[in-house]
Design a protein around this ligand. Sequence first.
Ligand code: G4P
Length: 533
Amino acid sequence: MSHVTEAARRRTFAIISHPDAGKTTLTENILLAGGAIRAAGEVAARGEARRTRSDWMKIERDRGISVSASVMTFDFDGYMFNLLDTPGHEDFSEDTYRTLTAADCAVMVLDAAKGIEPQTLKLFEVCRMRDIPIITFINKMDREALEPIALLDEVQDKLQLDTAPLYWPAASGQRFAGMLDLARNQFLQFERRPGEPARIGPATEISGDTGSLKANLDPYVFAEMVEGIEMARSLLPEFDPEAFRAGNMTPVVFGSALRYFGVAELLQTLHSYAPAPRAQKAVKKGAEIMISRDDPSVSGFVFKIQANMDPNHRDRVAFLRLCSGEFRRGMRLKTTSGKQLNIHNPLMFMAQDREIAETAYAGDVIGVPNHGQLRVGDSLSENGDIQFGGIPNFAPELLRRARVKDPMKAKHLRKALESLAEEGVTQLFLPAIGSDMIVGAVGQLQFEVMIERMTAEYNLEVMFEPAPYNVARWMASDDPKKLEEFLERNKSVSGTDLDGAPVYLAKNAWDVGYAQEKNPGIRFTATKERALA
Ligand code: G4P
């Protein structure tokens, strides 16, 4: 098959949710439905094995959280699906944001009793920024849920997204009886077996005509469902694949990930509607262009770096999302800054294992082992002349001054902090005056992870102390002179980030507002997209 045909059958997606909505359970069951794993529990079991191997990740083990995102590839019904896993803990949300830049579609999991939760909203906004189409999975229907129409209303109101249910549920909780496939008019029965594991396999189907439904459903449940469907049909638009791909409409599937209900239907929905790899914005020789998946030349960008995938080696693995061409093992690719890499051992991540990838295409994610040459946001291409945009940096919520117990090791500390910042674990700011190193993170947990890693990998005993600043903002201006003057006058509250970009370091948000008011020619921003070179 040509690279064009191969790319056209890639479907790369991520699952987003508020913690506890059921993302982990759903991920496992999608892999099961896609035939990537055999029995429920295997993903978790493998996770355990991996954790015991990497003992620096004590925190991960102790707290039962997964710090690292990864990708799982599986072949289903003619398509290659790449499921990008996003870390669940909210302290690591920046990682999640970056992972979404590599996805062409997202599944948004909602807890049927809770609807849209704060983290769902944040993640949704990132999807919207990138026009990523979203499929909604309303989970935990086996528990008491909000009214389906109220849930869809909430999606419509809070996300400004048209909802088009593909199925309609029959009650919820103890009375949950299943759902009607609205297109095929077939009813999928939910069979409850208290105390027993979920039955894996297709749900029993009965015809959706009134006679069959009446014969099989509790009369109250039947009446409730019919009323709901009538309301939905009169109030909601029909599903329009075009509006979905444009990011204006979401198809909705109901189910119970834990009970393996609706999961196969969700996978089928992905199969039917998830888009093939999108064209990506990039800059080539100073001009903005779109790189299509059909372009013959290989290109891609690094959206994540992970250290210690193999604790016996100090290697890092860069996750490269391919955007075009046919990648072949052993290829030499270049970054825009002129670094060259011969990629001899590209990794592909199947659900159960890692394999060496002989070939890969647009939409695929390969792991590129390297010794620190690659950074998050780097672009790789055959000629080193393509730079993709859009990997964001977010202003950290917490700033701390890093100190090492042994003052002789200050240089070491800086190297280690730079290295972790390159991985995208945390951010590093260097104030214009003095020799402080200010580390920024989204949450407290990241500092704890850093302390562990500093000890294990760099043999450094690090402390994080309160910093004189609490807020960091990037600065930019269309008039370089204005910015220069500002920096000259405000040395005590400015510095640079890892890329050398100017940063305003303020005590609080009020100071930022004041500085902005006094300096209208300068933009103080909480997000920085890696500049298009
Ligand atoms: P997350 O990754 O989004 O954080 O969610 P996760 O899958 O870990 O699920 C959170 C909790 O919700 C788990 O229960 C899980 O069993 C439960 N859950 C997931 N899907 C469903 C569903 O469809 N129905 C019901 N009733 N529960 C569901 P837990 O008690 O926190 O963990 P566990 O001890 O059961 O593993």
